[in-house]
Write a new protein. Sequence first.
Length: 94
Amino acid sequence: MKKIHFAAAALTAALTAGASLPAYAEDPYNFDKVFRMADKNKDSMVTREEFLGAMGEVYDMHMKAKKGDPKMVKGNAMTRDAMKDLIAEIYKGA
């Protein structure tokens, strides 16, 4: 009986962990993805220029995703809510 409970608990844990992976993998810009984008020369370090370039790319991706939502984008600028959303997305993967 103990083996059945242990197996059920292990299966539940595995399914729960597996269910959360696809959502993380589909996240358009989590910390790890942004770091890899920034590290252009693949030396596991990010220069100021690499950082600013990656942040520009992420900003553009976020603007494109939020385009048409007046709470998020006005003209060619992000609102406070959009900027907060962008930071939260990046931080989620850190």
